[in-house]
Design a protein around this ligand. Structure first.
Ligand code: PMP
Length: 412
C-alpha cells in the first residue's frame, strides 16, 4: 500500500507560546529521523529494531482473525475492560511462567505495547524533577517517555554482566545526598536494547536487594527475554521480588508488533493506579487486538514459533559478528549478544559515530549513533547495530560498507 507523503509545516509554529512546558522535552528521536533514509532500498539499515515477522504463518493468523470476527465479532469490536481481556491476562501468566513468574491474572494490566506501559508507570510515579535511574546506555523510547514527564534520568554504568551494582549504589547515594526523589530503576535485564548484554543471575539478586534496601522500585522491561539463542530463559527479577518489581512484557517480538499488545505485571496497589491511568489514556486497550493475540496463543504452537524466531535471529547475529571480525579496522570493539536484536559497537579513538553518520548514509549503510541512548550526550564513539531485520547477506554487505566508512574516517 502506497502511503501519502507526510505534510511538513514550513511556516513558523504560531502555537509555540501555548504548548505545555513538558513538550520542550519531546524531541524527535534520532532513530525516527533516520527511518526515512534508512528505509530506502539501496541502504542497508542496521539502524531500526523492527522484528522480522516474515516467518509468521499468515494463513493461521488470517484464519484466527476470520474466526474471531465470525464467532465473537460483537465482543471483539466493542469497548472492553480498562485492565484488558480476562482470558488474555490468564494466557499472559502462562507466558511469564517460562521466566519463573507465578502471577495472578488480576495483577496484569494489558497495554498498547510495552511502550505504553512505560508511559503509564511514569505517569503514575513521576512529577517533574523526579529521578529515574537508567542503565548507561538505555532504551531510547523509554528515555523519551521520561523526558516527556520531565523526569531526570541519572545513568548508572553497565559492563559485560549488565548493570554494575556498585554503580547503582553510588547513583542512589548521590541522588539521596542531593535530596532528590528517586522514583524507580528502569532496567532491561535481557539482551539489552541497545547494549546487547544480559544481567547475570548473581547481579539480579544483588540489584533486587539494593533496591529493596534503598526503597527504590524496579521497573523490569523485558520484551526480549524469550529470544535467547542458547540457554533457557533467565529467571525474571519479578519472580524473586513480587512486591518491589513491576514487570513489563510484550508480544511485539515473540508474535507481531502491529497488534500493539503488551502488559504490566504490578503489585496490587500499583495495578489499581495503572488501570485508572489506562482508562484515562485509552478507555481500554484495543479489544480486537487482544482477542486476536489470544486466539493466536490458543490455536497456534506459539512456543514453536518463538523457537523459529530464535534460530533466525541467531543466524543473523552470527552473520553480523563474523563480518565484524573479518572486516572492521583494529581498535573497533563490540559485544557478542546471547539473544535479542542488538550489538553495541565502539569505534576507534577519535572517530565520532554521529558525525560519521551522513558519510555512512552516502555509503548506503545506516546505524543509530550511541548518543541517542544517553540522556546526557555520552556515547559519541559508539553505535547500535541491529541484526534482526536484514538477511545475513545484507548484514555482511552492510558491515562491509560500514568498515569502509570507518577506515576512511581514520584516514581523515
Ligand atoms: N522496551 C524496549 C527495551 C524495547 O526495545 C521496545 C521496542 N523496541 C519496547 C519497550 C516497546 O515495545 P512495544 O511497545 O512494541 O511492546
Amino acid at each position: 500500500m502506497e502511503s501519502t507523503p507526510a505534510r511538513t509545516s514550513t511556516r513558523l509554529d504560531s502555537f509555540v507560546d501555548r504548548y505545555a512546558a513538558r513538550t520542550s522535552g519531546m524531541t524527535a528521536s534520532e532513530i525516527r529521523a533516520l527511518f526515512a533514509v534508512a528505509s530506502r532500498p539501496e541502504v542497508v539499515s542496521l539502524a531500526g529494531g523492527m522484528p522480522n515477522i516474515s516467518g509468521l504463518p499468515l494463513d493461521v493468523v488470517g484464519d484466527a482473525i476470520g474466526n474471531l470476527v465470525a464467532e465473537h465479532g460483537a465482543v471483539a469490536m466493542q469497548y472492553g475492560s480498562g485492565q484488558g481481556v480476562p482470558f488474555l491476562r490468564e494466557q499472559i501468566t502462562d507466558v511469564m511462567r517460562l521466566e519463573g513468574i507465578e502471577a495472578h491474572p488480576d495483577d496484569v494490566v494489558v497495554t498498547v505495547g510495552s511502550q505504553q506501559a512505560v508511559d503509564l508507570v511514569t505517569r503514575i510515579f513521576c512529577d517533574p524533577g523526579d529521578v529515574v535511574i537508567c542503565e548507561a546506555p538505555s532504551y531510547v523510547g523509554a528515555l523519551g517517555v521520561f523526558r516527556a514527564y520531565q523526569a531526570d534520568v541519572v545513568h548508572a554504568e553497565m559492563d559485560a554482566q549488565g548493570l554494575v551494582p556498585e554503580a547503582l549504589e553510588q547513583a542512589i547515594a548521590s541522588c539521596k545526598r542531593a535530596g532528590r526523589k528517586i522514583k524507580f530503576l528502569y532496567t532491561i535485564p535481557n539482551f539489552h536494547n541497545p547494549a546487547g548484554v544480559t544481567l547475570s543471575a548473581e547481579r539480579r539478586t544483588r540489584i533486587i536487594e539494593i533496591c529493596r534496601r534503598e526503597g527504590v522500585l524496579v521497573l523490569e522491561d523485558n520484551p526480549y527475554g524469550l529470544l535467547g539463542f542458547d540457554e533457557a530463559p533467565m529467571r525474571a527479577m519479578r519472580a524473586d521480588d513480587p512486591d518491589n518489581v513491576i514487570y513489563l512484557g510484550s508480544f511485539s517480538k515473540t508474535f507481531a508488533p502491529g497488534f500493539r499488545v503488551g502488559w504490566a505485571l504490578c503489585p496490587p496497589p500499583v495495578r489499581e493506579k495503572m488501570v485508572l491511568a489506562q482508562e484515562s489514556a485509552t478507555l481500554c486497550p484495543p479489544q480486537f487486538s487482544q482477542m486476536a493475540v489470544s486466539a493466536y496463543l490458543s490455536n497456534h504452537d506459539w512456543q514453536g514459533q518463538i523457537k523459529q524466531f530464535r534460530e533466525m535471529y541467531r543466524e543473523r547475529r552470527d552473520a553480523m559478528i563474523s563480518s565484524l571480525a573479518d572486516l572492521m579496522p583494529a581498535g573497533t570493539h563490540w559485544n557478542v549478544p546471547d539473544g535479542g536484536f542488538y550489538v553495541w559497537l565502539t569505534l576507534p579513538d577519535g572517530v565520532d559515530a554521529k558525525a560519521m553518520l551522513p558519510r555512512a548514509v552516502t555509503a548506503r549503510v545506516a546505524y543509530v549513533p550511541g548518543t541517542a541512548f544517553f540522556a546526557d550526550g555520552f556515547g559519541s564513539r559508539s553505535m547500535r547495530l541491529s541484526f534482526c531485520y536484514p538477511t545475513p547477506e545484507r548484514i555482511r554487505e552492510g558491515v562491509r560498507r560500514l568498515a569502509g566508512v570507518v577506515e576512511a574516517e581514520l584516514e581523515l
